[in-house]
Write a protein that binds this ligand. Structure first.
Ligand SMILES: CC(C)(COP(=O)(O)OP(=O)(O)OC[C@H]1O[C@@H](n2cnc3c(N)ncnc32)[C@H](O)[C@@H]1OP(=O)(O)O)[C@@H](O)C(=O)NCCC(=O)NCCS
Length: 534
């Protein structure tokens, strides 16, 4: 490592430490929740009160107490098990949270498939008010960030907790852009994909492969606590190591994604350039042919940047929870991001904007909308790009995407399918089925149309979601590394299988009565049938 590099990293770390107040959780010294937790555990949390009241079929919430005026009296709930008659008190902690581990006192587990009401961490990165349609990153409204900030500024905010000043931003941009080149072996690896490989599969596996280039970054080789601070360790060096991976990932993701794109269209890959914005450089790598001084359209680059800002983070969704899940095993961040990318790929998550386009293509004309809506209400179809687990009024990001759509259409012409989308939205929003279920357009409803107008192939949309979301995942990675409450994720299950069986040797067994019996004989290609001589 050059001394110039060391100096810049040191400067960066000094800035970061100056930026973030000592009490901030990023310093790891004191989590905002920890003192409170100790106090609560010492008071009422483990109290059990025997009761002689009548036996009921299930535990009941007996009472809930709260007295905000008295600092000595903590809010708690009482839960009574109707079987044993036992009552436990569970303290209500910061954020109106109760610890489900408290139910162990009643030998009960909390069953929550889909995490409908389970928080897996305390986080100060982003905030959503689903009823009011509010999204904030570190306290800043998403609308203001999309309008006024650059993507890298927002990435800095998410990861470091504060907006950078001019010098900090320049340094941050410099570090990220100077980590945008790929190792030639990585380029060779990308070239081995089939010409028609799904770009998301290419990007996810390439990010996992990227980790193999950095021995220094791999806890499997360097020790499980590689990224953790602690006794005998220099916290500055740990921060530097963490930020080295952050720069590499933010820097190289657009390069990998552009290689995947060029691979599909059979064009040579472009190396990144340092004199353009984050999205400008990305468009350059996608589009430059033989021009010596190619510059992407600045309005389109800015439109893409706005889309990336609103996609950068979205609290504890499926892929971010996956990022936290993988990180809890202390695996390297490249593998964790590949895993989170896998979650994002799914059609109910980041794959939805791709699915919206397929849906609009299938509908084809405005005349077919009523029939489609009927099919949705009869549960034959799903209205992709509608509905959200958290937003119960509008998704604030969808509004921004609509504005961006106008900016893009102004230059590139209206995407014809927008008419179908607008009509579909109008009909759905006036239909009691959607109204009653509070189903509104989400971010994916219009973003696919913007990406289509921008000329991206449909299967590339999830990649355009993944690149910016890496910033959010890295913010969660850092936050989880600093969180003293984090343990390896190990959810429980409720076992519903056979308790115990006697083993029978294979020659004495009857055919297995399994519902998968037909699947075992699933599709055999004519080629395999010919080869097997059956
Ligand atoms: C996002 C999503 C997965 C959230 O799911 P969820 O919080 O588990 O909500 P549910 O699936 O329980 O939906 C609640 C009700 O609305 C209905 N519903 C939800 N989304 C719907 C949609 N897109 N089209 C039609 N009906 C929908 C469900 O059928 C259910 O109706 P019911 O109560 O009569 O059974 C879901 O809305 C969805 O699949 N949307 C389409 C995919 C999409 O756009 N994803 C991107 C999210 S940013």
């Amino acid at each position: 490592m050059s001394s110039e590099f060391n100096n810049s990293i040191r400067r960066m770390m000094n800035i970061k430490q100056h930026l973030i107040p000592d009490h901030h959780p990023i310093h790891g010294s004191s989590s905002f929740s920890q003192p409170l937790l100790i106090e609560l555990n010492e008071t009422a949390a483990s109290n059990t009160v025997p009761s002689s009241s009548s036996v009921m079929n299930s535990p009941t919430l007996v009472s809930s107490s709260s007295n905000p005026s008295s600092s000595s009296e903590k809010r708690y709930i009482e839960v009574k098990d109707s079987k044993s008659g036992k009552i436990i008190k569970i303290n209500v902690e910061e954020g109106d949270a109760i610890k489900s581990v408290a139910f162990e006192q009643l030998n009960l587990v909390c069953l929550d498939p889909g995490f409908m009401n389970t928080a897996i961490a305390r986080s100060s990165i982003s905030y959503i008010d689903g009823e009011k349609g509010i999204l904030r990153y570190r306290g800043y409204d998403i609308e203001e960030l999309a309008e006024k900030s650059s993507f890298l500024e927002v990435a800095f905010l998410l990861i470091n907790g504060e907006l950078p000043d001019r010098n900090q931003l320049s340094l941050w941009e410099d570090r990220v852009t100077k980590h945008s080149y790929l190792h030639e072996n990585m380029v060779t690896l990308l070239k081995q994909f089939r010409y028609d490989a799904h770009p998301m599969g290419m990007v996810i596996s390439s990010v996992a492969a990227l980790g193999t280039f950095y021995e220094d970054a791999n806890p499997a080789l360097q020790g499980a606590d590689l990224y953790l601070k602690g006794e005998g360790k220099d916290p500055i060096k740990i921060d530097q190591l963490r930020f080295k991976q952050i720069y590499r990932l933010l820097g190289k993701l657009p390069t990998i994604a552009s290689c995947a794109y060029r691979h599909r269209i059979g064009k040579p890959y472009n190396n990144p350039v340092n004199n353009l914005t984050y999205t400008g450089n990305f468009l350059y790598m996608l589009d430059r042919l033989s021009e010596t001084n190619y510059h992407p359209n600045p309005v389109l680059a800015r439109a893409l940047e706005k889309l990336w800002i609103i996609h950068a983070e979205h609290e504890m969704n499926c892929s971010t929870a996956a990022m936290r899940h993988l990180s809890s095993s202390r695996v390297d961040p490249y593998t964790a991001i590949a895993g989170a990318g896998g979650a994002l790929y799914g059609p109910l998550h980041g794959g939805a904007c791709e699915a919206v386009l397929h849906m609009l293509e299938e509908i084809g004309t405005k005349e077919n909308i009523p029939k489609f809506i009927e099919d949705v209400k009869n549960r034959k179809k799903k209205l992709m790009g509608f509905g959200h687990r958290i937003y119960r009024s509008y998704d604030p990001r969808a509004k921004i995407v609509k504005q961006v759509a106008d900016e893009v259409f102004e230059i590139l012409g209206k995407e014809p399918m927008i008419e179908i989308a607008i009509e579909l939205e109008k009909i759905a929003l006036n239909d009691p089925y959607f109204k009653e279920r509070k189903l509104y357009p989400n971010v994916d409803f219009y973003s696919g149309l913007v990406y289509k107008a921008l000329g991206f192939p449909t299967d590339y949309y999830p990649v355009l979601f993944l690149i910016p979301r890496v910033a959010g995942w890295l913010a969660h990675w850092i936050e989880s590394l600093e969180d003293p409450d984090v343990k390896i994720f190990r959810p429980k299950q409720v076992y519903t299988g056979i308790e115990h069986r006697k083993y029978i040797p294979v020659n004495h067994r009857k055919p297995a009565q399994t519902k998968n019996a037909t699947a075992l004989k699933s599709f055999i290609s004519p080629m395999s049938k010919r080869r097997s001589n059956e």
